[in-house]
Ligand binder design. Structure first.
Ligand code: SF4
Length: 470
């Protein structure tokens, strides 16, 4: 079981970089809520502060001790077992060339094998997370320059990674050769920043410059000069594989990823669903499961001519159900998070637009809530196809047995969750909704079992790390 995270990096001699990193992480909080960390450097010394919980909790008492002109931040979602204090990022090592820190979003699928090899060579690991192999590979590389050492390490990795490295003097941002996970570059007065999502840039007063390209390494060691761009990967695949689930669910509505506005993609998903379900049921009103379902519900309403209303109110102080570490927490979170608006749903036949059905627990709970509030009928429409396989690229669907679509047909799921009808968007329809991305440049592996880099086979062969055995 792996994680979905958010990373933020900044190089700016004119501002309090710790403060800006705090804001950057604050805007990425939806990507991980288990822990947060910031590491700063001033050209001579590196300092860090990290802890379990939300950004506000970890840094609520301030960060005066974090000085410097460059910084790195991370928010973590991790499954139970990997969220111990030692694993909180940014990770740091001290090697012959000085301090080195790393914040990573993704999954290294051959981390077990790499770790075994390194340990045989005498390397001692400080954590139990897969990202540490990247640091140790860099430290062990015999290449002459730091950038070449990084490239040497990256060439050995299989899987998905959008990561930011920091030395005492520079930031390095890299993306894997397929571009599974997002990472973008922003410009601000006096400096540069990089982030998992462009929504971070608004909060720190930066402009989105561009996405970091798959296979690219960006070196930032000056606040004014353009970052130096190199391709660390010499063997690029024919197509990228940007995670389609970022557009469906993960990213914030106000982000732009790989030139595609997330909000626009979600509206298109709703429109497409309305076209695909035309004539399949009769309804009075369209409601959404907030937040990612809301633009899609608006799109569905626009296309179908049905009114859109707020039928569920969200308690904004409870985390996202999908990114809580245990099933028990997921169940409690649904109850805590959403409440029906009775005057909207009572006596109505509802179209309920949601982004996905992964385990089925959230949908069943929701429909029970809506029917308990007097809804006459509930027609579920889902802006992604059935999730039928695991993700090996950083999203928490590694246990196939928990995916409801692997054991139940569509009709059985409809019955199990208590809906009157259930319809999923088609795979083609979902891809077409991302109008700015070439359909073949999207990863849809959890929906069609086609893993762009064969990571399913790599992960199956990778030795189970000692800490996860039993
Ligand atoms: S397998 Fe699914 S969740 Fe994972 S990267 Fe591909 S589309 Fe995204």
């Amino acid at each position: 079981m792996k994680d979905e995270c958010g990373v933020f990096g900044i190089f700016n001699p004119q501002v309090d970089v710790a403060q800006y990193t705090y804001w950057g992480l604050f805007s990425l909080q939806h990507r991980g809520q288990q822990s947060a960390g910031i590491c700063t450097a001033d050209g001579k010394k590196m300092r860090s502060k990290k802890g379990k919980g939300l950004v506000l909790k970890v840094f609520g008492k301030g960060f005066d001790d974090l000085q410097g002109h460059l910084a790195l931040g991370h928010v973590l979602y991790s499954n139970a077992g990997l969220d111990q204090e030692i694993n909180i990022q940014p990770l740091r090592v001290f090697y012959d060339d000085g301090d080195l820190a790393l914040a990573c979003n993704g999954t290294i699928n051959n981390a077990g094998a790499l770790r075994h090899d390194l340990q045989k060579r005498g390397v001692i690991f400080n954590t139990t997370v897969d990202s540490e192999v990247v640091l140790q590979l860099i430290a062990c590389s015999k290449k002459p320059t730091f950038e070449e050492r990084v490239a040497d390490a990256l060439m050995q990795l299989k899987g998905a990674f959008a990561l930011v490295l920091m030395t005492d003097k520079k930031l390095i941002a890299v993306r894997d050769r397929y571009g599974f996970r997002p990472l973008c570059l922003g410009k601000m007065e006096g400096g540069w920043c990089v982030a998992s999502e462009s929504c971070s840039f608004d909060l720190v007063g930066a402009e989105l410059v561009r996405d970091i390209k798959p296979g690219e390494m960006l070196v930032i060691d000056n606040g004014e000069k353009e970052p130096v761009s190199k391709m660390w990967c010499s063997q690029m695949p024919d197509n990228c594989a940007h995670c389609v689930f970022e557009y469906v669910y993960i990213a914030r509505n106000d982000s732009r990823i790989d030139k595609q506005d997330v909000y626009a993609a979600r509206v298109n998903l709703g429109r497409q669903l309305a076209k695909e379900t035309k004539g399949k049921f009769k309804a009075d009103v369209v409601i959404s499961v907030p937040d990612s379902g809301t633009p899609a519900a608006q799109g569905f309403a626009m296309e179908s001519g049905l009114p859109f209303m707020e039928g569920l109110t969200k308690n904004r102080y409870v985390g996202r159900t999908f990114i809580q570490p245990t099933q028990v927490q997921r169940l409690n979170s649904v109850r805590l998070k959403l409440n029906p608006v009775r005057c909207v749903v009572k006596g109505k036949s509802l179209v309920v637009v949601d982004d996905s059905i992964v385990r089925g627990t959230t949908s069943a709970k929701l429909i029970k809530l809506l029917k308990g509030a007097g809804a006459k009928e509930v027609h579920m429409v889902i802006t992604s196809p059935p999730v039928v396989d695991c993700c090996y690229y950083g999203v928490d669907t590694r246990d196939k047995a928990t995916l409801i679509s692997t054991r139940c047909s569509k009709d059985e799921i409809c019955k199990e969750i208590g809906a009157d009808t259930l319809n999923y968007i088609s795979l083609e329809g979902m891809k077409e909704a991302c109008t700015a991305v070439v359909p073949n440049d999207l990863c849809c592996a959890c929906f069609n079992s086609q893993y762009p880099d064969g990571s399913d086979k790599v992960a199956a062969k990778d030795p189970v790390p000692v800490w996860l055995e039993d």
